[in-house]
Ligand binder design. Structure first.
Ligand code: NAD
Ligand code: LMR
Length: 337
């Protein structure tokens, strides 16, 4: 008997990232060449026509793995039977909007979506938040989804992780596939800490390779003055250069995140980064959706524990975690959590 198709719900599917994601999912890039898929495109009424247009094009591709495409603006229908939910649609920040306004607007989206997921999704649902502020939106959805285990909620940090790997590969003149064990800690924001202290390139510690090229002081300076800010502020750089936020790289990172989550991450690839609901690992307050080094056996991401952190790393992680605490507290102050 043919296996049951996997149902994937994409919110904001009529937007830019949606358009870059849908065709790769339907082609099998996310769940592999053996799994058939049903796509549910959830939009708000203004976005429905654009999602319908994408659905027409999906049909015109005649993807062998694609079993159906449904477009809806009803969250109950959108999440019905979903095995994977990709929460892309979010309220962007507009001129004059304060941070609290942004959090409140997004709570109005991610709270009801969390409730709809709890009411309608399949038992094993995996929920990935991409829409910004991704970590706190994931927290809101998770807190609103009564009965679903918190570990089923993750937020995308893979774009930051891939950016860090890409920068290192260029700096070391190495292949990206030879770089292992980079970590992004904290929030998907400029406070994040891209950490290479355990990373290797083709088996050699990255710190040793950098010291060889730049000297020990030069390596530390390059990390603090170039690498960390360039990775942490890459989203803003893309907005400035492209005129709008990252799209293809964000969709690619989403594919990478879900593939490792659902199919498992090969041990030889080392760990990756994802934001999970903290259980207090590395001193991060429980319940925050914080980025960690993670592995996956195909049943979910697990935090890599026991890594040594020096004072510099600890201070940077604490600063990003403080921002996550402030976001959570701002949402709580609105009476949402
Ligand atoms: P976009 O404006 O092109 O598309 C967003 C879509 O979401 C629109 O079609 C809109 O109609 C829809 N939408 C809004 N509210 C919705 C709701 N309640 N339900 C369903 N759909 C809804 O934006 P984009 O370029 O696709 O980016 C989407 C989000 O992803 C933004 O918040 C962006 O900041 C974020 N992003 C995150 C990362 C990351 O690494 N986490 C990277 C890039 C972009
Ligand atoms: C990114 O990292 O590219 C985006 O999160 C930036 C943004 O603000 O949408």
């Amino acid at each position: 008997m043919a296996p049951t198709p996997t149902t994937i719900t994409i919110t904001g599917a009529g937007g830019q990232i949606g358009y870059a994601l849908l065709f790769r999912i339907a082609a099998g890039d996310m769940l592999g060449p053996d799994r058939t898929v049903r796509l549910r495109l959830l939009e708000i009424p203004q976005g429905v026509r654009s999602a319908e247009g994408a659905a027409l094009e999906l049909q015109d591709c005649a993807f062998p793995l694609l079993r159906s495409v449904d477009v809806t603006d009803d969250p109950g229908r959108g999440f019905d039977g979903a095995d994977v939910a990709l929460l892309v649609g979010a309220r962007p920040r507009t001129a004059g909007m304060e941070r609290a306004d942004l959090l409140a607007a997004n709570a109005g989206i991610f709270g009801p979506q969390g409730e709809a997921i709890a009411a309608h999704a399949a038992d094993g649902i995996q929920v990935v938040t991409i829409g910004n502020p991704a970590n706190t939106n994931a927290l809101i959805a998770q807190a609103s989804a009564a009965g679903i285990p918190p570990e089923r909620f993750t937020a995308l940090m893979r774009l930051d992780h891939n950016r860090a790997v890409g920068h290192l590969a260029e700096a070391l003149d190495a292949g990206a596939d030879g770089i292992r064990d980079v970590t992004i800690w904290g929030n998907h924001s400029a406070t994040q800490f891209p950490d290479v202290s355990h990373a290797t390139a083709d088996g050699t510690p990255v710190m040793a390779l950098l010291a060889e090229r730049l000297g020990p002081d030069g390596a530390a300076q390059w990390l603090d003055d170039e690498f960390v800010p360039r990775v942490a502020k890459r989203g803003a750089e893309i907005i400035e250069v492209r005129g709008s936020s990252s799209v293809a790289s964000a969709a690619n990172a989403t594919i990478d995140h879900v593939r490792d989550l659902v199919l498992g991450r090969p041990a030889e690839a080392g760990w990756t980064s994802a934001a999970l609901v903290s259980q207090g690992e590395y001193g991060v307050p429980e319940g925050l959706v914080c980025s960690y080094p993670v592995t996956s056996d195909g049943t979910g991401y697990r935090v890599v524990e026991g890594l040594e952190l020096d004072g510099r790393a600890r201070a940077r992680i604490d600063a990003s975690v403080a921002e996550l605490v402030a976001e959570r507290d701002a949402v709580r102050a609105l009476g949402i959590l």
